[in-house]
Write a protein that binds this ligand. Sequence first.
Ligand code: GDG
Length: 467
Amino acid sequence: MKPGAQLVVVANRLPVKQIPDPDNAADFVWGVSPGGLVAALTPSLASYDDVAWVGWTGHIGVEMTERFRHDNMELIPVALTEDEKELHYDGMSNGTFWPLYHDKVRAPEFHRTWWDGYKLINRRFAEAVADAAAPNARVWIHDYQLQLVAGLLRETRPDLRVGFFLHIPFPPPELFNQLPWRTEITSALLDNDVVGFQTPDDAENFSRLAVGLGLASSEGKWALSADGRSIEVRAFPIGIDEETVAYKAKQHGVTTGASDLRAQLGNPRVVMLGVDRLDYTKGIDVRLRAFGELLAEGKLSSHDATMIQVAEPSRDKVNAYVDLRERVERLVGAINGAHGRLGFPVVHYLHQSRPFEDLLALYRAADVMLVTPFRDGMNLVAKEYVASRPDESGVLVLSEFAGAATELTDAVIVNPYDLNGLKAAIMSAVNMDPAEGRHRMRALQATVRHNDAVTWARSFLAALDAT
Ligand code: GDG
């Protein structure tokens, strides 16, 4: 038997993905996988030895199946066919769980074929984990694509300590209970030793659900009991690698990048910024509408305000994302058509994935950062913006429905469903007294520094060790 790893991390994606080699179309190179999970988890694992990471390569084509080493970790690819990806990832994960867990901002679809595909792929991941883990190892399962893995591992590898962390919100039982497979999902989550969420509200929603379905009983505020076992259920708010972000944001290339950018924009008085995966949960459309109305009402003018929106391509095979893209691009076109000047569009829209250094230059160039999701597990962009403001300037406008709002209480907090409220919040950010802005930014920076990615990973794994 192979010795196996002491810590096995399992997530839908590996931290790196295959991308076509620009010099040789028949070959591939490794790039960083997109999204917040990889951004937070990769730096937080750097100090652990003997880690294996089980995940999909994110690519169908030049499929990699052999395990390999990367950044001091053993990476174990799980292969998916196109059909399997459609059922498990595009279907059940992003067509059912994603909208259901984000307050049904789009209607979730329930299809038995998707559910069968989901079970099949969760079993495949569980088998890869069982094969990779040393006796009594720790296993850390991530996110909504893999909610059944703990249940499967309890059957085959009862020696393992298993924890699950959900990166997205967990809905109230009143919504979750619509899921035809609610009992299977809840029972499998209860097979973990620790179930972690982004906020205390998410943890309470899960506990209320498990007790309500009669699958567990309460053992105090943050613990449940099921089948004679105790399960810790509580919040572990995720953080960023604050030190690295703050350090990189101060480098010469980033600083000059930011001032060049402002000059290219014609040195407007106010630069506003949004950075998101192009996702209907993120409220990109609502912030564009707010900006457009403020221009139309003359409260902002194209001579002194510019908005930049980076919308990283995401899930472009799913219909709701295709619709959102069209809607956002129509809005951008309408606002530029009405308010832009020759050579000076008022909204700069990039439907592209940019290198992280470019994002840092944008964060440094932006006076106002707009983070307006209708619902978000945490939102790391809000934390990255705060960490990349060495002179303590800049104002963060943050939706009350992002997990980050639980911690970042010194931001300008908004309800993204209230368009007038959002417009007022944008104006208060634009006109904020610099002393108040610095005071708020200092408080935000202290919070982001205090609870960084390493602290998050350590506290989760310490909870797992203590079970
Ligand atoms: C999920 C949850 C939770 C964005 N555009 C580019 C780019 N990004 C990076 C950002 C940031 C990450 O992607 C996005 O993280 P978020 O947290 O904002 O959002 P999700 O991807 O939805 O993440 C979320 C998170 O998991 C962690 O638990 O906070 O609630 O939904 O790091 O910088 N990176 C690069 N180019 C881009 O164009 N390089």
